[in-house]
Design a protein around this ligand. Structure first.
Ligand code: NAD
Length: 267
């Protein structure tokens, strides 16, 4: 079986690095044109777009803060201007601002909620508007559009010292399910991916050294830290018609992190 997204267009937010970059590459590998959104540093996004174009794909870099309504409008407008349509949104952009709850500033609380939750809503809303306008094109896909929200195992696992992040991902869980329920009759498919520990810039402190990795592996029954490609592969599947009957689901891609690993040896 071969997955092809030929003729389809994807916008991946926060895709100048990490999971977003791997998702953009994976989508381009199976034929989708991709808009690579970055927040402030254009260079890595432009470089990735060049790489994809040089390999025969189609890609552009689009700047913008997902938590800013005008920026979101602009990044969607630029994507449509370049590629003429939109079929897939990967709402991936996110960040952490960690602190013990007693010390957490309102600024850090707001910044994380704004990017991780409000940002996903603003992008999902813009994508839904576009998908409703386009309708289903059966030559491209059985769905009018697909949205993939990048959640986390922390949509279900509480995380001391990260209350803003866990609250944002818990919010993404019910936002995604509510949007999925509302939009399914319009043939818009909305799902989430909940990564476990994937080695990227966001968790360099834990994954970037041997001791950190050793500690992390205690939380992962499958005994390996995830690669960004593990998530890129899941993105491609959820964006394709192979998952056409999957609606409102969270796909945990976590090496079993959400399986209560403390009980591995009888608790
Ligand atoms: P990363 O730091 O490499 O990527 C996050 C990207 O989002 C960055 O490029 C950043 O610039 C961008 N971003 C942040 N705020 C933004 C904003 N307001 N507007 C536009 N872009 C913004 O880290 P990553 O691990 O690749 O994270 C990607 C997503 O995966 C995040 O939503 C994160 O919460 C989620 N996630 C990661 C892991 C992991 O282990 N790495 C686990 C669970 C969930």
């Amino acid at each position: 079986m071969k997955i092809s997204l030929d003729g389809q267009v994807a916008l991946v937010t926060g895709s100048s690095s990490g999971i977003g970059a791997a998702s953009a590459k994976a989508l381009a590998d199976v034929g989708a044109a991709v808009a690579i959104n970055y927040h402030s540093n254009a260079e890595p996004a432009e470089q990735l777009a060049e790489e994809i174009n040089a390999a025969g794909g189609r890609a552009i870099a689009v700047g913008g803060d997902v938590g800013d309504e005008q920026d979101v409008d602009q990044m969607f407008a630029k994507t449509l201007e370049a590629f003429g349509r939109l079929d897939i949104l990967v709402a991936n952009a996110g960040l952490q601002r960690d602190a013990p709850s007693a010390d957490m500033s309102l600024k850090d609380w707001n910044q994380v909620i704004q990017s991780n939750l409000t940002g996903q809503f603003l992008c999902a809303r813009a994508a839904i508007r576009q998908f409703l306008e386009q309708g289903v094109n059966p030559e491209l896909s059985r769905a009018a559009g697909k949205i993939i929200c990048m959640s986390s195992v922390h949509e279900v696992i509480p995380w001391a010292g990260h209350v803003n992040y866990a609250a944002s991902k818990g919010g993404v869980s019910l936002m995604m399910k509510t949007l999925a329920q509302e939009m399914a009759p319009k043939r818009i498919r909305i799902n989430s991916i909940a990564p476990g520990a994937i080695a990227t810039a966001i968790n360099e402190e834990a994954t970037g050294n041997e001791e950190g990795r050793r500690q992390l592996l205690k939380l992962i029954p499958y005994k390996r830290v995830g690669d960004v490609e593990d998530i890129g592969n899941a993105v491609v599947w959820l964006a394709s018609d192979l998952s056409d009957y999957v609606v409102g689901a969270t796909l945990f891609v976590d090496g079993g992190m959400s399986l209560y690993p403390g009980f591995e040896d009888n608790g």
